[in-house]
Design a protein around this ligand. Structure first.
Ligand SMILES: Nc1ncnc2c1ncn2[C@@H]1O[C@H](COP(=O)(O)OP(=O)(O)OP(=O)(O)O)[C@@H](O)[C@H]1O
Ligand SMILES: [Mg+2]
Length: 414
């Protein structure tokens, strides 16, 4: 007997070994049926969920008055933004058809409360084509995580300073060359100075910016800037002599500003800034406290400081001088009057009680009542030219050591 023509035996395929890819015809039929049933059940649940979202959203819109009342012969009819397609997600999102005359901002304004009704932590509303918008339900605060300030120095005052990131992770910037003064308020330990560590250190190397100002705390300005060109433009300290020196320093800045005005040719109504005529950023750290210290010494001294600052905020825009004022609260009497407060185009509020928020940002800020009073360090509300009130997280440079080191390594030498 020979085995030459005998082929190798092929292994017998099991009828059913638990592997779906190798099941018998009947097994595959059962599997397909089970999958179809599971899919149908899932789609039914999705459809029920979508109906619940539509219902809850409509209900919440009605309760929050994000609706229109239409008087018909059969009675009042309430119209709310119409929820169209719902994506179960995560994240849950849906398209809505806005009502006539309605904007995305009208829904976003009530975002926190609408999100609460839908079981989320926040709402993002983005415009789609025409009258349609996409609403995304956020399951956590998009600003919960901090981010580090990249080691960028601005090349010129026309570049954008990284102010922060909003809830949609969009970067918010501000060019120091823009004729806008900046107001920063926040309760103690809310992160005002730390935010300024990041912003100011990004300007230490900029050839057409001078970081000037007054800081009686001697932390934000002063020592960290030793050895740089900026230091001669700063005044620090809390002794009576220092306070008198601050008043003289601010008078000197006003004189520089007026000198620029007098040096302008007859065809200009504002100075052009550049390395030869840098933007002077006058930082006023804890300004209300500085006024208190000056008033306690002599009423005249306080008045002198008020007048200098008033001149700077009123005229600085034209002559290349910007004011960055920090205060725990922008009460008119505390910052030298409502006139001074009104001159700040860019307004940033770290954690503050609602009345302080409304004082600086107006009634639009009421929707953040309560929540912003307990906001994390580094989370701020910002409003500015052409920018509605927006929540943002400011970049974190690090502690004080990082601030001093960043200026040491990048600051323009004196
Ligand atoms: N974005 C942030 N991320 C992490 N920690 C922060 C942040 N901002 C501030 N901190 C921490 O919070 C503390 C207080 O911050 P900061 O000194 O900036 O507050 P402040 O508003 O200037 O307070 P004060 O009015 O008392 O001067 C600091 O010790 C700092 O380390
Ligand atoms: Mg501070």
């Amino acid at each position: 007997m020979t085995t030459d023509h005998t082929g190798a035996l092929a292994p017998r395929r099991p009828i059913c070994d638990g592997d779906a890819g190798r099941r018998s015809g009947l097994g595959r039929l059962i599997d397909r049926h089970r999958a179809r049933v599971a899919e149908r059940r899932y789609l039914e649940e999705c459809s029920q969920y979508a109906a619940a979202v539509r219902w809850e959203f409509r209900d919440a819109c009605e309760a929050l008055r994000v609706c229109q009342w239409i008087d018909t012969p059969t009675g009042m009819f309430v119209r709310t933004p119409l929820v169209k397609h719902v994506t179960v997600g995560p994240p849950v999102s849906f398209t809505v058809e806005l009502m006539p005359g309605q904007r995305c901002a009208d829904i976003a304004e009530h975002g926190a409360r609408l999100a609460e009704s839908l079981g989320g932590a926040g709402l993002r509303v983005e415009p789609l084509a025409g009258r349609f918008a996409r609403v995304t339900l956020l399951d956590r605060d998009p600003l919960a995580d901090g981010f580090t300030l990249p080691s960028i120095s601005l090349d010129s005052a026309a570049d954008f300073l990284l102010l922060g990131r909003d809830e949609a992770a969009t970067t918010l910037g501000h060019a120091p060359g823009d004729a806008v003064h900046i107001a920063v308020q926040g309760m103690t330990r809310s992160g005002k100075s730390t935010a300024c560590y990041g912003w100011l250190s990004s300007l230490a190397a900029t050839p057409d910016v001078l970081v000037a100002g007054v800081d009686h705390t001697d932390l934000l300005l002063g020592r960290p800037w030793d050895g740089t060109v900026h230091r001669a433009w700063q005044s620090t300290g809390t002794t009576p002599d220092d306070i008198a020196e601050h008043a003289a320093h601010l008078d000197a800045l006003v004189a520089v500003m007026r000198g620029r005005r007098d040096g302008m040719d007859r065809y200009s109504d504002k100075v052009g800034t550049g390395p030869g005529c840098p933007v002077i950023l006058c930082v006023l750290e804890e300004y209300p406290q500085l006024l208190d210290l000056a008033d306690a010494q002599a009423k005249q001294l306080g008045q002198r400081i008020r007048m200098a600052v008033k001149a700077m905020v009123a005229e600085g825009g034209k002559y290349g001088l910007r004011v960055l004022m920090l205060a725990q609260r922008f009460e008119a009497t505390a910052v030298g009057g409502g006139y001074v407060r009104d001159q700040f185009g860019l307004r940033i509020s770290f954690s503050v009680p609602t009345d302080s928020l409304v004082m600086l940002h107006g009634d639009d800020a009421r929707e953040h009542a309560g929540t912003h009073a307990v906001a994390d360090k580094g989370i701020a509300l910002v409003s500015g030219p052409g920018r509605p009130l927006t929540r943002m997280r400011v970049p974190y440079l690090g502690g004080y050591r990082e601030y001093v080191q960043r200026i040491e390594t990048t600051g323009r030498a004196a």
